[in-house]
Design a protein around this ligand. Structure first.
Ligand code: GLC
Ligand code: CA
Length: 524
């Protein structure tokens, strides 16, 4: 069963290098996160997910871990991170770190030892063929880089050799089974990393590429799932309140593998992509393209259809609602920001939906003020993702309040636009995106029916009508079009609007919603 605190959790994802720089080196730091905890709290977020903040050569922005147990000096020290856990807990905020179990950096000491020709403890910590001229057919691999004769398998970029959790089906002499001592040792090493941070006060992990561990796995990922069930058993015994959030995007599999939550990610042709980033479904690559066709549901009059989302979501939801939580996101560090193609009103409606879904929602830093996607050259393996990773925009001081370093020293440039949104400017405007996020999240915390567990039941999903859904005893309705819409309801016949963006009302069974509006109604 999922940790209890998740029932009313709303996460804020922080990309540490871009959040707040306190020592003027141009890079965000742990102390910066500590200083901004009150801000996080003011949003209505009561949990953080921090992207990898460990020692790393940063060829994939820290997803290439060189030391799982050491905070990267550019972010601070282990002591700083422990102080963050403490300070956050004092404010009622939980902290998840990012666990990268599938691979390390090519500079991790385990890998350096594994490359040696002499046998040692780490020889089989990674996946190697038995001869430098024999490639790992069917897998991405590198040959010719080590003293040891053999090619090694990669998990993602070239800098990220795959850790060896074994093969479900052993098809080559160099492939080891899942129960081979080397595979078991990898599993135990990752549990050791988890224990290390949990015992220092961290509240759990967002798990990178959670489905990638065991190779030659079956379609149901049963071998990889067995690894996670084993980790979950350890957590239940030793850290029962710890939460595990999967980067898997297949809730039926992830939640059965022992995860508390699984993200729905912006995969092309997945239901989630049709909400805000339908342009993704009309290009052959991931690069954002503002000229591409775009029928996103939240884009005004773009011909979107909520059923494209619901078809997949409802299957997942019905199947998993008793097992754990689906985590809808505004965005993440791998995804193009909502403001790329949605204006402020459209973002408000999109977030209202995301934050009134069941499960455990995630807000990506800066989305609350509608930070833009910037067209930038790649940084630390970001490529198209770089544009969603720029410094947080706090106010109208130097570097928009992110850092006191010279502009040329910044990790990434801040949004140069004259009207770049900032926290300070949006705090002043009552109907800003920022204040809308705050009001929706405060409603969510006040109404158990809007939190993780209350039932979600679509009531009207017909085109040309408002999209109406029930959460517990509350009724939510959305109109993303530019014209007023109405629908006749069997029940309730009457109710009062307890929250609105735009306007709407229910009287005598007639639910009327003005253009681009959202309402939450309590039955009378
Ligand atoms: C995940 C991360 C991404 C990273 C990749 C490899 O998808 O979110 O940023 O590049 O895994 O670790
Ligand atoms: Ca810094």
């Amino acid at each position: 069963m999922a940790a209890k605190w998740l029932k009313d959790a709303v996460f804020y994802e922080i990309y540490p290098q871009s959040f707040y720089d306190t020592n003027g080196d141009g890079i965000g730091d742990i102390n910066g996160i500590i200083e901004k905890l009150d801000y996080v709290k003011s949003l209505g977020c009561n949990a953080l997910w921090i992207n990898p903040c460990y020692d790393s050569p940063f060829k994939d922005a820290g997803y290439d871990v060189r030391d799982y147990k050491k905070v990267a000096p550019r972010y601070g020290t282990n002591e700083d991170l422990c102080r963050l856990f403490e300070a956050a807990h004092q404010k009622g905020i939980k902290v998840l770190l990012d666990l990268v179990p599938g691979h390390t950096s090519e500079e991790h000491p385990w890998f350096l030892a594994s490359q040696k020709s002499e046998k040692n403890e780490y020889t089989d910590r990674y996946i190697w063929t038995d001869f430098s001229f024999k490639g790992a057919a069917g897998f991405p691999y590198v040959g010719g880089e080590s003293e040891r004769s053999g090619c090694y398998v990669l998990n993602f970029f070239k800098c990220q050799p795959a850790l060896n959790y074994g093969f479900r089906e052993v098809r080559e002499p160099w492939q080891k089974g899942m129960d081979d001592p080397a595979a078991v040792a990898t599993r135990e090493a990752m549990k050791d990393v988890m224990r290390f941070w949990l015992s220092k006060g961290c509240d759990g992990f967002r798990v990178d590429m959670a489905s990638s561990l065991v190779k030659n796995d079956d379609e149901k990922k049963s071998a990889t799932s067995a690894i996670w069930k084993d980790a979950r058993r350890m957590l239940n015994l030793e850290f029962p309140d710890a939460a595990l959030v999967a980067e898997w995007s297949d809730p039926p599999l992830a939640l059965r593998a022992g995860y508390d939550c699984d993200f729905i990610l912006n995969h092309a042709h997945g239901g989630y992509s049709t909400l805000m980033r339908d342009y993704y479904n009309h290009v052959a690559h991931c690069n954002p393209d503002s000229t591409a066709e775009d029928h996103s549901y939240f884009k005004k009059d773009a011909g979107g259809n909520i059923n494209l989302f619901l078809d997949q979501y409802m299957n997942w939801y019905e199947d998993t609602k008793d097992l754990g939580y689906i985590s809808p996101i505004t965005c993440n560090h791998d995804t193009v920001r909502p403001a790329f193609n949605l204006d402020e009103r459209e973002c408000k409606l999109a977030y209202a939906f995301i934050f009134t879904l069941p499960g455990v929602p995630f807000l990506y830093y800066g989305d609350e003020i509608g930070m833009r996607y910037l067209d930038l050259p790649t940084k630390e393996g970001g490529y198209f993702r770089t544009g969603s990773r720029t410094p947080m925009q706090w106010d109208d001081t130097e570097n928009l309040g992110f850092s006191k370093a010279g502009a040329e020293k910044l990790y990434l440039p801040v949004d140069p636009a004259k009207d770049a949104p900032t926290v300070a400017s949006q705090e002043k405007r009552e109907d800003s995106l920022l204040n809308t996020v705050r009001s929706i999240l405060s409603l969510r915390h006040a109404e158990e029916d809007l939190q993780a567990d209350a039932a979600f039941v679509p009531v009207c999903t017909e085109p040309e009508k408002p999209f109406v859904y029930q959460r517990g005893k509350l009724l939510c309705a959305l109109n993303t079009t530019g014209s007023a819409l109405e629908v006749t309801l069997q029940e309730p016949q009457n109710g009062s609007v307890i929250y609105k963006i735009g306007d709407g009302k229910l009287s005598n069974g007639m639910l009327k919603l003005e253009a681009q509006s959202f309402v939450v109604i309590r039955r009378d």
